[in-house]
Every structure is written in structure tokens, then in C-alpha cells.
Design a protein around this ligand. Structure first.
Ligand SMILES: [Zn+2]
Length: 271
């Protein structure tokens, strides 16, 4: 992460065009100018070629890392202080407060026509451990497969701060214990005094405006609220594409709760 390295490297990345900044409308802005007070600006680092191997299949993608400028500035200031104090071991603390989202570009954007998009909320237990308490892991793999195989290609936007629908990994662990005592996934959030769904899709919307350049796209999701949220942020050319996968005995109750909450799942989908 470049906040940890010499600022002259940052300059070089900007010169190469590997570090850019966009505004909330997805328009490219000057990465060296201070953003207007209160304005949301996102720094994007990439493309970084990323060969991937999942379940015996090989994928080629280009990875972009993105972070809000405000979070980055705070980290940068702290990094400068630490550098002066020679506090090398403290640098890891900086990363904790920064939500670094990712964009994975699959296929050639020049050939995109109504590309396929997945906005995926981070889920350590599902995506990495392969937990069957949710269907995040299979949904991620299936998105990678479907987008790579689609002639139009597309992107996966991986939202790093979305654990437990936005409540964080610690609280999510607590909701699992509450769920095992009989509550459903939404009730458990409420019992903890936390919102049922506090995911913020505004950065995803800005990234989609930048990467899609206004063209229509298909969104892999069963959640109409995700489409509504993106519509509300000015993206109106979305076709929702059903994305049911990974149904197992361990997550049927969880998926039924999602369906009752508004996800477009038919009874046959949970068989
Ligand atoms: Zn999950």
C-alpha cells in the first residue's frame, strides 16, 4: 500500500496513470488537488494483472484497489508522523481504519456491451473459509465463472467493509451465536441494537459510474434493494440477473429469512 512507502513513489504512480482519483460521479479529477470540503473522492490504484485459480479453473483479471480519499489522507498524515518517529511496527495500525474496496475487471472493457456486474459484500467466513452458513462463497465463485464465461465480460466490485451487512466481523460473530439460539439473521442484528442492513453502496456507485462509463449493465443479485440503492445514486440502466447458488442444508433458514426480507428467491430456489 503506497501510504506505507516513500511519497516519491506516489508521484511516479500518478505520472504513470496507475494512481487516479475520481469524484462521486465517477469523473476523473486531479489526484494532487485537495478535494472540495465535504466532497467524496476515491483514489484508485491499478490495473494490476491478477491470474486466478479457483476450483481448478484459471481466470485472468485486472485488479484495481480503491479507497476513499479522506481515509487515505488520515492514513497518510499518520504515516508521515510514524516515519519521523521511526515507528515501523505501528504502520499496520493504519490499515485497520481504511476500507480498501476492489474492482476486478474481467474481459476487455473495449468490447463491453451490457456487461455482467457483481457487487459483492466481503464475507470472511463465506469467501475465505468456505462457510455454508451463508452463500457468499459460492456466489463469489459463480460470479467469477459467469462473468469470465460471458462474451460481454464485466466486473466484480468487492466491498471490503460490508461484513455482516455492514455491522463488522465482530458483531457478525455475535449474530451467529444469537442465530443459534433461534433468531434469524435480521432479528439478530436488531437484538444487538444494530441496523438490519447498514451497507453503504455509494463508493460502489461511483466506481460503477467510472468503470461502466454510463453504459447499461446486468447486475448479478437477488436483492432488489441493492438495485434500488444504485438507482437512488443515479445509476438507472441496470437489469437484475438472478444469482442463486450454494443452497445447502446449513443455510436454508438463512436464505428463507433473506427471502422473507425481500430477496427475490422462489420456493423452488431453496430446494
Ligand atoms: Zn457470507
Amino acid at each position: 500500500m503506497f501510504t506505507y512507502i516513500d511519497p516519491t513513489v506516489r508521484e511516479r504512480l500518478v505520472e504513470q496513470g496507475s494512481l487516479i482519483r475520481i469524484d462521486s460521479d465517477g469523473q476523473v479529477t486531479d489526484p494532487n488537488a485537495a478535494p472540495e470540503p465535504g466532497a467524496r473522492a476515491i483514489s484508485i490504484l491499478g490495473p494490476i494483472p491478477l491470474p486466478m485459480e479457483r476450483h481448478g479453473h484459471h481466470y485472468e483479471g485486472e485488479w484495481y484497489a480503491s479507497v476513499r480519499h479522506t481515509e487515505l489522507s488520515k492514513a497518510q498524515e499518520l504515516a508521515d508522523d510514524l516515519r519521523e518517529q521511526d515507528g515501523q511496527q505501528s504502520f499496520a495500525i493504519l490499515a485497520e481504519s481504511m476500507a480498501v474496496n476492489s474492482v476486478l475487471v474481467l474481459g476487455d472493457p473495449e468490447n463491453w456491451e451490457n456487461p455482467l456486474v457483481r457487487v459483492h459484500s466481503s464475507c470472511l467466513t463465506g469467501d475465505v473459509f468456505g462457510s455454508e452458513r451463508c452463500e457468499c462463497g459460492p456466489q463469489f465463485i459463480s460470479a467469477l465463472e459467469r462473468i469470465s464465461a460471458d462474451p460481454a465480460g464485466g466486473v466484480i466490485i468487492y466491498m471490503s467493509g460490508h461484513e455482516g451487512r455492514g455491522i463488522g466481523l465482530w458483531a457478525k460473530a455475535a449474530t451467529y451465536l444469537l442465530q443459534d439460539a433461534g433468531e434469524d439473521t435480521y432479528q439478530a442484528n436488531q437484538s444487538l441494537g444494530l441496523p438490519e442492513d447498514s451497507r453503504d453502496f455509494s463508493d460502489a456507485a461511483s466506481l460503477l459510474k467510472y468503470f461502466m462509463r454510463g453504459q447499461p449493465f446486468r447486475l448479478l443479485t437477488n436483492n432488489p434493494k441493492k438495485v434500488d440503492d444504485l438507482n437512488a445514486m443515479g445509476i438507472n440502466n441496470i437489469t437484475r440477473v438472478k444469482h442463486v447458488c450454494g443452497v445447502s442444508d446449513s443455510n436454508k433458514r438463512y436464505l428463507a429469512a433473506k427471502r422473507d426480507w425481500g430477496h427475490k428467491l422462489e420456493s423452488g430456489d431453496l430446494e
